[in-house]
Design a binder for this molecule. Structure first.
Ligand code: ADP
Ligand code: ASP
Ligand code: MG
Length: 411
């Protein structure tokens, strides 16, 4: 008997009609003779609403309490889906992360999974039940509730699939496939039948929220057969995310993405001495704040400016750290620019091909867009631009690299 893990996102369980549709999709897999574990997110925009509520009560809400609050969204949706499946005549049981044993580290609001217990799930599956598991949440060995970071239900699904050695992990969402760009931002985006783990991982890391980066990381590590598909058209095969070794030819470029959730922070007039950058960045790391693009520029004499980007959810934490560190290192003021976005071009085949970066900069020039920072890795080039120019930038890059859908090919 095959084990299938399915995951449905917030839009797919936004109201009772949609929950019934999900119940049907789950029962379809069950009636095909599979053991089914279904992971769900909170209904619709519940998590956003809870974040907003917290913000109305505290400027910088306590991270432990945020996890207590945000994990409630998934408790509602698993109970409702389980009821819907039972009402349709199939045995089902809803389980929280603490009931399954999804053990995480204790870093609230962005915990990583350390271990998943499978005994209880296997018992329920062997008794013929469908398991409805809460996405996004975990529990520490001390019994503290944690969450995996926004969009983390994808990671729950893939991690459960890896732990159960599932035959398939299907992520159902509100688009029918992975595209060369977010089809909402670039209407000409093309569908991809397959994408490698590495390419998808990079796209997810630079802002393509169609899959949570850590879900792809986990799928790659444990070779989980991962498919992205539409919850509104169950017969559409969607996109298969496959092992890098299975790709026959690497495309020079696979896709583009914009990350609108970055902010740029600059620490001005930093003394030009050994150990200063280490002090700034190790203090941020100690507070679990990840830094992305970094640039150091000469201000005057032996003073530098150090600028870098962080996720906007880390802004308040980063400012707290930097206000403290700046006194320690005798630096000038800390300045924030929230009006920025990071646009990136990804492709596993760009390594050996010169001219890709030049092409990206030409696309920006043709669109009259100023580049504020640049960063590159083996399979990615990222540029920081003004937020209101981000969409134009990715459309222009998309056109430049001939990624626009060829209408005649769709006939
Ligand atoms: P869910 O709630 O199901 O997890 P998300 O909103 O997190 O859904 O992710 C699906 C969304 O991802 C789509 O609606 C689409 O706008 C966006 N998206 C971003 N980049 C891409 C891409 N390259 N291909 C497809 N969808 C993308
Ligand atoms: N409900 C959580 C969120 O909105 C987790 C998820 O949807 O994957 O971020
Ligand atoms: Mg998502």
């Amino acid at each position: 008997m095959s084990i299938v893990v399915q995951k449905f996102g917030g839009t797919s369980v936004a109201d009772s009609t949609r929950i019934k549709n999900v119940a049907n999709a789950v029962i379809r897999e069950y009636n095909n003779g599979n053991q089914v574990v279904v992971v769900v997110s909170a209904m619709g925009k519940t998590t956003d609403y809870l974040v907003k509520l917290a913000g109305e009560l505290a400027e910088n809400p306590n991270h432990r309490e945020m996890d207590m609050l945000l994990s409630t969204g998934e408790q509602v949706s698993i109970a409702l889906l389980s009821m819907a499946i039972q009402a349709a005549g199939c045995p089902a049981i809803s389980l929280l992360a603490s009931q399954i044993g999804i053990i995480t580290e204790g870093v609230h609001t962005k915990a990583r999974i350390l271990d998943i217990k499978t005994d209880k799930m296997k018992k329920h599956l062997d008794e013929g039940k469908i398991i409805v598991a809460a996405g996004f949440q975990g529990v520490t060995t001390d019994g503290e509730i944690t969450t995996l970071g926004r969009g983390g239900s994808d990671t729950t699904a893939v991690a459960l699939a890896a732990a159960l050695k599932a035959d398939r992990c299907d992520i159902y969402t509100d688009v029918d496939a992975i595209y060369t760009a977010d089809p909402r931002q670039v209407p000409a985006a093309s569908r991809l039948d397959t994408i490698s783990y590495s390419e998808m991982l990079e796209l997810a890391r630079v802002g393509a929220k169609v899959l949570h980066p850590r879900s792809v990381e986990t799928a790659k590590q444990y070779n989980v057969p991962l498919r992205l598909r539409s919850s509104f058209n169950l017969d559409d095969p969607g996109t298969l995310v496959i092992g890098d070794d299975k790709m026959e030819i690497y495309r020079p470029v696979t896709g583009v993405a914009a990350d609108l959730k970055q902010v740029r922070i600059a620490v001005l007039r930093v003394p030009d001495q050994p150990g200063i950058a280490a002090k700034i960045f190790s203090s941020l790391a100690a507070d679990n704040i990840s830094v992305d693009m970094i640039i150091q520029s000469l201000e005057e004499g032996n003073l530098n400016n150090i600028a870098f980007t962080v996720n906007d959810s880390d802004l308040k934490g980063a400012i707290n750290v930097l206000e403290r560190v700046k006194l320690d290192i005798n630096a000038g003021e800390v300045v924030v620019d929230g009006n920025i976005a990071k646009v990136s071009l990804v492709g596993a085949g760009m390594v050996d091909r010169p001219g890709i970066a030049a092409g990206m900069f030409e696309a920006m020039a043709e669109a009259g867009i100023n580049i504020k920072m640049i960063a590159t890795s083996e399979i990615k080039i990222s540029c920081l631009v003004d937020k209101d120019q981000a969409e134009e930038a990715i459309r222009s890059i998309h056109r430049k690299f001939d990624l626009d859908a060829k209408v005649e090919m769709q006939k």
